[in-house]
Design a protein around this ligand. Structure first.
Ligand SMILES: Cc1cc2nc3c(=O)[nH]c(=O)nc-3n(C[C@H](O)[C@H](O)[C@H](O)COP(=O)(O)O)c2cc1C
Length: 571
């Protein structure tokens, strides 16, 4: 991996740190670039009380000067506002020193607006002084967010004595592991007798640091017209189909990415379908009222990706493996699909593999955000530069043989329901083995919309790594030059045969689409150039259009399977 990321910090510690190494010199970068994504991660119907407390803002501790990166490691700092309530329970000093009143070092100052709140406020709502139920222990142990695990009635410990001495319920050792969390496996693995030693780091609070680092990677990719977005497809039983897999006629992009993003960000659950959004909200509300939690599925769409990231040569360079591995490493993710994913296993090859077409690139002016050199090589705001080659659909999700093929990347991930349930699950005390019902924990009911935002960051980091492997240099300028040279090669890759210098037509298969029917050759995807496209297709030996639609069971490679041209280049 060209980029290296290390994060540190506990859920209720002073804050989170991310150190990102490998970002080149000269990338324009401000805290606003990062805070935007940090804020998006905190949204979504179904989040717990913690998100009402934290207002994540980043501060650069190194690697950035006057709004540009310096080429060294970038150190990012996100203060935990809730730290003020946990200075004793999460102190770095030995417990006896804490109890002796040694105190904790002052919190490093955050950027404006992140000042730590007074000790009366907590992540979970009113602080101990506001509610009798919160005073002392173990009653207070019922009030938690994700990282505040179940309370314990296990044997006395120094921490328990500390709780008694200070009156701070947060000092109580946590001994009741939550099923579905890292609590029990982590405690046994590390020999921790207080589950807090495990859950503070296992908490998804850590993902704020990944989001911050991912925003830097996203900024780098954005310079080249690469755009990463996500949206929710399923929460519990409420689901919508992927809006991006079924292409229009002639390989026409199925949606406008900007409109998809606007619809997504307007939804309380980040689902672009307003009606489904409403049903998802209701499902979350019902689950919360029943003391239960919900998982779901989200999709990540990356447009503007050039052909050629990743590689077929070794397993560890195959891009889908790297992306899927990185996404599986996100808390609570239990499955990842690329393109058609598991659905491909049930379909014949003719309906899975994406027929190839060609349009001479650069005929239209580049859309906003697409660099001119990329547009000359075929980038159009949906596809990235790929020498004018394109697909009539995108079952591969933009990756073949471990290499990007110029179509958008389409990845889906399945998130399990939140492990902290108000409807108690059976568990056993870590220290005594005594059976009990898991304590109620205040927590997220559903975090699928937030997980999707984290996943964007994860994909950004992995793609930026692959980008730097392909186009890498010490500075952004150098990378731009490398990228421009690559685009130039792609732009001039196809040499028109003698007497065929017409630009603008879709060459080869003219009428394949996800949903189109016979006689739709030269449809919307080849609009304005159907005549020339048809002519080129005949010259190339492919069907002259009128082909059956690939998505409805027709021949995927046109009406004349023996016709040669693109269809005959089988491996
Ligand atoms: C954005 C996000 C928020 C989460 N919030 C919570 C939460 O509030 N409570 C909880 O118990 N788990 C929460 N989780 C899930 C836990 O972090 C995760 O289930 C735990 O680490 C164990 O998952 P694993 O089996 O995938 O490791 C959240 C996950 C993500 C990605």
């Amino acid at each position: 991996m060209t980029l290296r990321l290390l994060t540190a910090g506990e859920s209720h510690g002073p804050g989170l740190v991310a150190v990102l190494e490998g970002i080149p010199y000269g990338l324009p970068l401000t805290t606003a670039d990062i805070d935007r994504d940090l804020a998006r991660r905190q949204l979504g119907y179904g989040r717990g009380g913690r998100m009402k407390i934290e207002r994540d803002r980043v501060r650069f501790l190194g690697g950035v000067r006057h709004g540009r990166t310096l080429g060294g490691p970038i150190a990012l700092w996100i203060p935990n506002r809730d730290w003020a309530n946990w200075t004793l329970a999460m102190a770095a000093e030995p417990l006896d020193a804490v109890l002796a009143g040694a105190g904790t070092p002052p919190l490093p100052p955050g950027p404006p607006g992140t000042e730590v709140e007074g000790a009366g406020a907590s992540a979970e709502g009113p602080g101990p002084k506001d509610g009798a139920a919160e005073k002392g222990t173990p009653a207070g142990l019922g009030r938690t967010d994700e990282a505040h695990g179940a309370g314990g009635t296990g044997r006395a410990s120094a921490a328990r004595q500390g709780a008694a001495a200070t009156g701070d319920w947060r000092m109580e050792p946590v001994t009741r592991p939550r099923p579905g969390h890292a609590d029990l496996a982590g405690a046994l693995k590390y020999g921790a007798r207080d589950i807090r030693d495990i859950l503070e780091r296992a908490s998804a609070r850590e993902t704020a640091a990944r989001v911050a680092a991912g925003a830097v990677a996203r900024k780098l990719l954005s310079l080249f017209g690469v755009r990463i977005q996500s949206y929710v497809l399923r929460i519990g039983q409420v689901a919508i189909p992927s809006p991006v897999l079924a292409y229009g006629e002639g390989g026409r992009p199925p949606v406008d990415p900007a409109r998809l993003e606007a619809a997504t960000e307007a939804s309380p659950v980040r689902c672009p379908d307003p009606e489904a959004s409403q049903r998802m909200v209701e499902a979350i509300r019902a689950a919360g009222q029943a003391g239960d939690t919900l998982g779901g599925v989200f999709e990540i769409l990356v447009t503007g990706v050039p052909v050629g990231l990743g590689s077929h040569v070794t397993g560890d360079r195959r891009l889908e493996g790297r992306l899927a591995g990185a996404l599986m490493a996100l808390n609570a993710i239990k499955g990842v699909e690329v393109g058609l994913g598991f659905a491909a296993a049930a379909l014949p090859g003719s309906q899975v593999h994406d027929p190839i077409g060609y349009r001479p690139p650069g005929a239209t002016p580049p859309p906003p955000g697409v660099p001119a050199e990329a547009a000359r090589a075929g980038a159009d705001g949906w596809r990235g530069p790929a020498a004018g080659f394109f697909r009539y659909r995108n079952g591969a999700g933009g990756i073949e043989g471990g290499i990007t093929n110029g179509e958008p990347l389409v990845l889906r991930a399945a998130m399990k329901p939140i492990a902290t349930l108000r409807r108690r699950l059976p568990s056993a005390d870590l220290l005594t083995g005594e059976p009990f019902e898991a304590h109620h924990e205040r927590s997220d009911v559903c975090a699928v919309p937030a997980a999707a935002v984290v996943a964007e960051a994860i994909v950004a980091l992995e793609l930026a790594s692959a980008w730097l492997e392909k186009f890498g240099g010490d500075s952004v300028d150098e990378i731009r030059r490398n990228y421009a040279a690559y685009c130039q090669r792609l732009a001039t890759w196809v040499r028109p045969a003698a007497g065929d210098d017409k630009a603008g037509g879709a060459r080869g298969i003219g009428g394949i689409g996800g949903t189109g029917g016979a006689g739709e050759a030269g449809g919307a995807g080849a609009r304005g150039a159907a005549g020339q496209g048809g002519a080129a297709g005949r010259r190339a030996g492919a069907s002259p259009g009128g082909t059956p639609p690939a998505g409805t069971g027709g021949s995927a490679d046109g009406g004349d399977p023996a016709g040669g041209g693109t269809g005959r280049e089988a491996r």
